[in-house]
Ligand binder design. Structure first.
Ligand SMILES: *Cc1c(COP(=O)(O)O)cnc(C)c1O
Length: 361
């Protein structure tokens, strides 16, 4: 019998893929972690209490398959109805559900470049046809984003890694003109001045995605949600795993959303630090893209300097994100940490600049 290469068992499109590469997650706790946009502040103490209250013999039972209490709480906090809300194992789970719900092989999936890398991975898994539209130089959207016959168009707003924001009126205009579904991934909307939730009423093809990972400090719990008109939500519910949100995630989500005070305090601390970091980085000579998120993207002199800064920061136990793809090879993405962490970053950056200056002279 001929021995088959194991790679030949895979679907061809899967075999060819590189796969999504998440930011580094060192498990030794020795780094100042400014590379994956986690919240530097603890989640609400009510979350911890709710989790403890949930840990008992009920763990042998399956959770509510349609996450009734979480959807109710989301609807209450965001001024919508539970039937317009679907929850998932992080918003990444909802992105997978969206691709599986609306995209067949060879269908067009549209997204701008550069943006959240997972859209590409999901399109590749589904064997879709990718239409990748370059953002303009200032990270506004060109009209080419309106692709005829698109099945799904993804817009991360505010965008990662740039941190920049497309105005809500522009998104509404695109939603009105576009073929197919438009997904506005609002993972960072709580750090922004505006958001697209109010557009759901007007556009039957619009899905807004949110997550508790960033603004509610719950990346480790995995809870995201989608808001859309009822018909879309009902259809997507058919595609999800039966029990896609576990008992503990559901309880922590309800508790986190209930404590708007802690949430608001943390978001406001982060946006204040963001403004301070932006001016300090500008003073150090970097171009800083205007950010509506919990991170900033800076442009360095060239790709050599960018790589050197990334490596030297890492030697000094500070992790930032170096994406190193076309158009980003002279950019670094820096998550907003605590004020103390940001002070350390700025001190080390200034020192690294001196080291690089001496190297070159
Ligand atoms: C962090 C992030 C997500 C993933 O959120 P989870 O809820 O943790 O899965 C989705 N989209 C964007 C743009 C993100 O930055």
């Amino acid at each position: 019998m001929e021995i088959k290469k194991q790679s030949s068992y895979f679907r061809k499109n899967v075999d060819k893929m590189t796969g999504y590469i998440p930011g580094e997650q060192p498990q030794d706790g020795l780094y100042i972690k400014l590379n994956t946009n986690e919240n530097p502040y603890a989640p609400s103490p009510k979350v911890i209490a709710a989790l403890k209250g949930e840990i008992d013999e009920r763990l042998r039972l399956y959770p509510d398959p349609v996450s009734t209490s979480t959807r109710k709480k989301v609807a209450e906090v965001f001024g919508t109805k539970p039937e317009r809300v679907m929850v998932g194992n992080g918003s990444d789970d909802l992105l997978t559900i969206i691709i599986r719900s609306f995209v067949s092989k060879d269908d067009k999936v549209v997204y701008p470049y550069p943006t959240y890398l997972l859209y590409k991975t999901l399109a590749e898994i589904q064997n879709a046809k990718e239409c990748i539209i370059d953002f303009c130089e200032d990270y506004s959207l060109p009209d080419e984003i309106l692709v005829k016959g698109a099945a799904v168009t993804f817009i991360c707003n505010p965008n990662s890694p740039s941190g920049t924001m497309i105005p809500v009126e522009k998104i509404s205009e695109i939603a009105g003109k576009i073929d197919g579904i438009i997904v506005v991934d609002e993972a960072y909307a709580d750090f922004a001045d505006d958001n697209c939730l109010r557009l759901v009423d007007k556009h039957p093809n619009l899905i807004v995605l949110r997550t508790l990972s960033k603004s509610y400090s719950l990346a480790g719990m995995r809870l995201g949600f989608a808001v859309a008109q009822k018909e879309l939500i009902n259809g997507m519910m058919k595609v999800k795993d039966s029990y896609n949100v576990d008992r503990l995630s559901a309880a922590s989500a309800v508790a986190a959303l209930d404590d708007q005070e802690t949430f608001r305090q943390n978001v406001s601390r982060i946006t204040k630090t963001r403004e301070r970091l932006t001016s300090s980085l500008t003073e150090l000579g970097f171009f800083v893209y205007p950010s509506q998120t919990n991170f900033v993207m800076i442009k360095c002199k060239d790709s050599y300097e960018t790589g050197e800064i990334y490596r030297k920061l890492k030697e000094r136990k500070i992790l930032v994100r170096y994406i190193g793809q076309p158009r980003l090879d002279d950019c670094l993405r820096i998550t907003i940490g605590t004020d103390k962490e940001i002070d350390t970053l700025l001190k080390e950056l200034a020192d690294i600049q001196l080291v690089l200056l001496n190297q070159n002279s």
